[in-house]
Ligand binder design. Structure first.
Ligand code: ATP
Ligand code: MG
Length: 565
């Protein structure tokens, strides 16, 4: 794992700087981010976006947004919109350079014809099954297709008829004529075009043959005159074929450079699997706050700055690793600590009556909005005779080291008074504690101790009459294990879903300063964590998502790692 060093050595930048020095692309740096519009973007894509757009910006270059839509599918429009929204929200701009791979279908078709004419591609009529058999294995060379030596005329004729829609799906494919014995399986006469009688979201029914990714991607880069084509390590074996096509066609040669993808603990980083969760109803949608999608993180309360900062900290490497979720949480906590106002909210209310406080009195207590930033000012919080405190903050029989409220014990109410518990009222039937009776010390206004007597705990609270109801959703990891692929009894990643990933609390109370809170507003609830108003909020009920708790597990992990060394 990478450390939190703020200046990670980045080998991609080193390559770009080298190319600038040698003037390889006449001083140009032009990158692209090429999502396939078959799902929403996730935090792994954020890493790629930060690299593609970030490096272009750093070297005064350009970065295109290109939808890699060579695969005809149906629901693309929703994804295309969401992807653009997410990239913009992250803070990046493709300006007027929004492209679609499908816009190049005509040009790609011409390149295919060029390869056929030069004897570098042929129409193969083996079945899919046979093609696989003939490909051989990593240990064994493949066998040449019996159609490999068709004449150029026959190939041209067949390919044109494929194009014209004369054949059924799967009857013929166009293949590059490279080397069936190549140690790189990708080079064993890879498929260039297949027949698919399917409508495309942009080109409609114009095409019934579609280019394969391995052929299309390098051409897209070349057509856009991309200089540095960054991609993840699983494409390493593709580089040889990428180079082969560009060299054989003798067209602009972009350079593919691979880096390690982001893997994050306790979640999954694959659109296919995320789609399974959405379609199977395991989550409420792509933007469910438990999802590692950009839209999920946004709804959860993450800021674009915290995600960019996270991508910076993890750096760029050439080998796979698993980044601990605690680091992402550290980044958002650090950001929100500086920017969010602190307020008081009680998630699991326990009623407290202050016996010696006048029944009809309401006092406005002065509260600090953010001790980290005095410029954020102060506010008034109303205090009255009946209050709520957190159920967890009281124990009838306090264990050792429990310093919060207990019978006959005095604690501080934040920004208010010292109170002492004098009576515990229980439900006669269930024995459940229903309310506490306390007395307050009028001389302790503001929470100061009038005679220097010590109290060991400060509790948050809200006034019963002067607080507003809220629903609060608490989240835990989506998966109950760090890495499902390392688990024996986790054949399907869904077996590792954390059954406790969501806890909904519906009787929470919030201080009245939040009355006008809007979806997207973020707060620190004192002692409870950072929270963000959810779009599910209505005039009757505010709904909050807990973005992250206040506990810094990342610091603990780092300390433990240091001790190991
Ligand atoms: P998934 O496996 O989640 O479906 P993908 O690679 O198929 O992802 P694309 O839309 O093809 O998704 O990816 C667009 C770009 O994002 C590619 O350049 C890809 O390499 C990069 N990318 C995808 N996942 C990650 C990741 N986990 N870390 C870094 N970059 C990623
Ligand atoms: Mg993909």
């Amino acid at each position: 794992m990478n450390s939190t060093d703020s200046t990670p050595t980045n080998f991609l930048k080193a390559i770009v700087e080298d190319d600038l020095k040698t003037d390889k692309y006449a001083g140009r740096v032009h990158t692209r981010f090429p999502p396939e519009p078959n799902g929403y973007l996730h935090i792994g894509h954020a890493k790629a976006i930060c690299i593609d757009f970030g490096i272009a910006a750093e070297y005064e270059g350009l970065c295109n947004l290109r939808f890699d839509d060579t695969n005809p599918t149906k629901e693309d429009i929703e994804y295309i919109k969401a992807i653009q929204e997410d990239i913009k929200w992250l803070g990046f701009d493709w300006e007027d350079r929004l492209y679609y791979a499908s816009d190049y279908f005509e040009q790609m078709y011409k390149y295919a014809i060029q390869l056929i004419k030069e004897g570098k591609a042929y129409v193969c009529s083996l079945s899919e099954q046979k093609i696989r058999e003939y490909r051989g294995t990593v240990k064994q060379p493949g066998k040449e297709s019996p159609y490999r030596n068709r004449s150029t005329e026959e190939n041209l004729d067949l390919f044109e008829r494929m194009h014209a829609g004369e054949f059924k799906d799967g009857t013929h494919v166009l293949r590059a004529k490279i080397d069936m014995a190549s140690p790189n399986m990708k080079m064993r006469d890879p498929l260039i075009y297949r027949i698919r009688h399917a409508s495309h979201h942009r080109t409609g029914d114009k095409w019934c043959i579609y280019p394969m990714y391995d052929f299309a991607h390098c051409l897209e880069d070349s057509i856009e005159r991309i200089t540095h084509s960054f991609c993840t390590l699983e494409f390493e074996n593709n580089r040889e074929i990428y180079d082969w096509f560009l060299d054989e066609l003798n067209i602009f040669h972009s350079q593919q450079i691979e880096f390690a993808r982001l893997n994050l603990s306790h979640t999954i980083m694959s659109k296919r699997k995320l789609l399974e969760l959405v379609e199977g109803g395991y989550v409420t949608g792509w933007d469910d706050p438990r999802m590692p999608t950009i839209s999920g993180l946004r709804r959860r309360g993450y800021t674009p700055e915290s995600i960019r900062n996270f991508c910076d900290r993890i750096g760029v490497a050439k080998s796979e690793s698993l980044v601990d979720m605690a680091l992402l949480e550290y980044c958002i906590r650090e950001d929100l600590n500086k920017r969010t106002p602190r307020v008081m909210a009680v998630l699991r209310p326990l009623k407290v009556v202050i016996d010696n406080y006048p029944e009809d009195k309401v006092e406005e207590m002065d509260a600090v909005n953010n001790p980290e930033d005095p410029s954020m000012g102060t506010r008034k919080v109303p205090l009255s005779q009946v209050l709520y405190i957190e159920r967890d903050d009281f124990r009838e029989y306090p264990p050792k080291k429990f310093f919060r409220l207990a019978p006959d014990r005095e604690v501080r109410l934040r920004y208010a008074y010292l109170i002492k518990c004098v009576n515990v009222v229980k439900d006669k039937q269930t024995g459940e504690i229903v309310e506490l009776h306390c007395t307050y010390d009028p001389a302790s206004r503001g929470g100061s101790s009038p005679d220097g007597r010590k109290v060991k705990a400060t509790l948050h609270w809200v006034s019963a009459a002067n607080s507003i109801p809220a629903e609060v959703r608490l989240y835990d990891h989506l998966l109950s294990v760090p890495n499902p692929s390392e688990e024996k009894d986790c054949a399907d990643f869904k077996d590792c879903l954390n059954p406790k990933s969501l806890e909904t609390l519906t009787s929470c109370r919030i201080e009245p300063s939040l009355l006008c809170a809007k979806p997207g507003n973020r707060y620190q609830f004192e002692r409870l964590g950072y929270f963000c108003v959810d779009p599910d909020s209505s005039d009757e009920m505010l709904v909050f998502n807990r973005t992250v708790t206040l506990r810094d597990t990342w610091a603990r992990i780092q300390k433990a790692e240091k001790q190991k060394r």
